[in-house]
Design a protein around this ligand. Structure first.
Ligand code: MF3
Ligand code: CO
Length: 255
């Protein structure tokens, strides 16, 4: 069943989304050469607490960190460690926050200190893929319209979408129906769930510079590209309305 959020729940989702966006923006500005990913995670944990939320990731299926911090060929679910970020790395930061009963989920990839052109292109295309997906989050469309827009944008630039991990409905729980793949399967738009006003969706393209294949490291969490080439991840939580999609994980003054 796909939850339709009433007015009150939509306001709750707006508040949670704003907190998650505030934290993500602060965390990516904390990122610089020489900081360890544990320091980044600690900083994120502090900001979440200061804003009155709690991490939606910590403890989820025993996930051990507050944020997901994924460096270079790491795709998603990177664990905080003593690893120091280096000039020229790219780092994907994923922030999920519980706030007053609702969850905001968002992610962004940034360069550490400076950026190579091929990294910049990868990040730009992934951001554009998210934008293209969000633009399809309209009442009357279906999930596959989002998936198809993301996939087409990514593949037209010669990059690959990761298959094994997908976007999702989000609300009082982090993972609600529907799943939102970043590709369209053989069934296409047939049997793809219809989007309706009041649905709240986490749209999150994970884009590999090389091949789509991924594997999970021995830590049980960190997902890396099989070919070792870099990967980027952008995510927003979005409200489907009767008109334009509304990005809930946006920087805005309190409601
Ligand atoms: N944004 C990711 C997701 O929606 C982050 C989950 S990390 C986990 O699944 F640790 F909580 F699983
Ligand atoms: Co998510």
């Amino acid at each position: 069943m796909i939850h339709i959020k009433n007015q009150k729940a939509q306001d709750g989702m707006r508040r949670a989304g704003r907190v998650a966006a505030r934290v993500l923006d602060d965390v990516v500005r904390f990122v610089r050469p020489g900081v360890t990913t544990r320091e980044v995670d600690d900083y994120g944990a502090d900001r979440i607490r200061e804003l009155g939320g709690r991490s939606a990731f910590l403890g989820y299926r025993r996930y051990p960190c507050h944020l997901c911090i994924s460096v270079n060929e790491e795709v998603v679910h990177g664990l905080a460690s003593d690893r120091r970020l280096q000039f020229g790395d790219i780092v994907s930061v994923d922030v999920g926050v519980h706030f007053e009963g609702f969850i905001g989920d968002n992610a962004r990839t940034v360069a550490v200190g400076g950026c190579r052109p091929e990294h910049q292109r990868l990040m730009e295309v992934t951001q554009q893929a998210l934008d293209a997906g969000v633009a399809q989050a309209r009442s009357g469309n279906c999930v596959a319209d989002i998936s198809g827009a993301v996939q087409e944008l990514v593949e037209s630039h010669g990059y690959s979408v990761v298959r094994e991990f997908v976007g999702h409905g989000v609300g009082r729980s982090m993972h609600e129906e529907p799943q939102i793949p970043n590709y369209v399967d053989r069934r296409g738009r047939k049997a793809s769930p219809q989007l309706k006003a009041g649905m709240t969706l986490a749209i999150e393209p994970m884009v590999n510079a090389g091949r789509a294949g991924v594997r999970v490291l021995a830590d049980g969490w960190t997902v890396v590209s099989e070919d070792g080439l870099p990967s980027a991840h952008f995510e927003h939580t979005v409200l489907v309305t009767a008109a334009e999609p509304e990005i809930l994980t946006c920087l805005a003054p309190a409601l």
